[in-house]
Design a protein around this ligand. Structure first.
Ligand SMILES: Cc1cc2nc3c(=O)[nH]c(=O)nc-3n(C[C@H](O)[C@H](O)[C@H](O)COP(=O)(O)OP(=O)(O)OC[C@H]3O[C@@H](n4cnc5c(N)ncnc54)[C@H](O)[C@@H]3O)c2cc1C
Length: 380
């Protein structure tokens, strides 16, 4: 494996050349274009952490973190693709899939020949994610899925959906192939999002979609315990690292503006109140990065503390990205409120991060509960 410095340089160069210059345009158009998804695939990013035997690059979680930081700095919509396709679906199949599922599905996912999305949330089901209303019923040697899913990131584009549904065997996770679903699956764009506007969010309506028995992921009835928990833990890590990227982008933009804009005969950088905001962004960017590095090390070491420390990283990094983007907008003044500056995009994108992959409140409840029950999970 290349050194982490070499990986970081590779990811940052890719993001600077192939993502950052276009991110505002994608945001305005409401779509990451297919050519950009292809470029991510060709670089091997869509299978970064998938084992080499299944066509991935076989990198560890520290490598995944560096990629999410670099892509997140350039464009949160593109980072959302990494979150749903790689973290939520592909890594979860790599962890819990049968040998047959891994051999059949992972090479297409790792190469980006197929794009995956994660369909848990519904019109009536959000934070209380166990309470899904989508139902499955047995139909001979298949299952049939019926229900509605909402807010499915990259759902407009995806070929494969990890669908969470409830039924007589308890909550199960199904791998639904769009090409086989025909008219039983309706997908509609969900435009008008506040942030990550280019992430091709969809809503889905399933009316008896047929899924083969071999496309149940994980043990029947353990769809939540095994699959959803693993997927969301992976997703949280991806989002946390992406938030470090937003905070870094906010810091760079704020520094650039403070170094050039003059008022009262001085550069903005000379005003102490501006420096105070810069210091706050700097602290948030760095502490968020440190918590992500901590989580990465625990994840790579297979530590039982990894889930809690990933939740802490996500909780802090998403709030940090919001504060950082807020300061950056303030430092930019009116310019920060206009689409000619990317800081308004960072501000809108950051806001989404406290809601997805378990909201700030859900992370707080989890961390608070564990902090009281088992302080050692947090102290060392
Ligand atoms: C841009 C975007 C992309 C998304 N992509 C996906 C995706 O790809 N796949 C997918 O399945 N979902 C996706 N989601 C949905 C996301 O996972 C949910 O929005 C999230 O789980 C929160 O659910 P909710 O929006 O229904 O809020 P609700 O659960 O209704 O919560 C509303 C508010 O109440 C708070 N709250 C809820 N319960 C409690 C409690 N017990 N104590 C204190 N406060 C509480 C919440 O923190 C929140 O602030 C996406 C959402 C967005 C905005």
């Amino acid at each position: 494996m290349a050194s982490y410095d070499a990986l970081r340089a590779e990811f940052e160069a890719f993001a600077a050349e192939q993502i950052a210059p276009f991110a505002d345009e994608w945001d305005r158009n409401g779509a990451v274009p297919e050519s950009a998804i292809r470029a991510m695939a060709e670089a091997g990013f869509l299978g970064l952490s998938i084992p080499e035997e299944f066509g991935g690059r076989g990198l560890d979680q520290r490598g995944v973190m560096l990629l999410n930081m670099a892509v997140g700095e350039a464009c949160s919509s593109m980072r959302s693709l990494l979150t749903v396709h790689l973290a939520l679906v592909s890594e979860t199949i790599a962890r819990w899939g049968t040998p047959e599922q891994k051999t059949r599905l992972l090479p297409d996912l790792a190469s980006g020949r197929k794009i995956a999305a994660f369909a848990l949330s519904e019109p009536l089901t959000g934070s209380d994610a166990k309470n899904v209303h989508t139902r499955y019923v047995r139909d001979g040697d298949r299952y049939r899925l019926t229900g509605r899913k909402k807010w499915t990131t990259f759902g407009q584009r995806a070929d494969l959906f990890l669908v969470v549904a409830d039924g007589e065997e308890g909550v199960c996770a199904f791998l639904l192939d769009r090409s086989k679903a025909g008219k039983s699956l309706l997908l509609g764009p969900l435009d008008g999002m506040l942030g990550t506007r280019a992430s091709l969010v969809a809503e889905m309506e399933m009316s008896g979609c047929a899924v083969d028995e071999r496309d149940v992921l994980g043990r029947r009835g353990l769809g939540f315990l095994q699959i959803v928990n693993t997927a969301l833990d992976n997703g949280r890590f991806s989002v946390a690292a992406g938030c470090v990227g937003i905070a870094r982008a906010a810091l760079r933009a704020a520094a650039q503006h403070a170094n050039t804009r003059e008022q009262f005969g001085s550069k903005l950088r000379d005003f102490q109140l501006i420096r105070r905001r810069a210091a706050a962004i700097a602290l948030d960017a760095r502490t968020a990065a440190l918590l992500c590095e901590d989580a990465a090390a625990l994840r790579d070491g297979g530590s039982p503390k990894a889930i809690m420390r990933t939740a802490m990283a996500k909780y802090h990094a998403s709030a940090a990205a919001n504060r950082a983007a807020d300061h950056a907008v303030q430092i930019h003044g009116a310019l920060g409120c206009h689409e000619s500056s990317p800081v308004q995009r960072y501000f809108r994108d950051a806001r989404v991060m406290e809601i997805i992959e378990g909201s700030t409140e859900m992370q707080e409840l989890l961390i608070g509960e564990q902090a009281i029950k088992n302080p050692d999970l947090i102290i060392d």
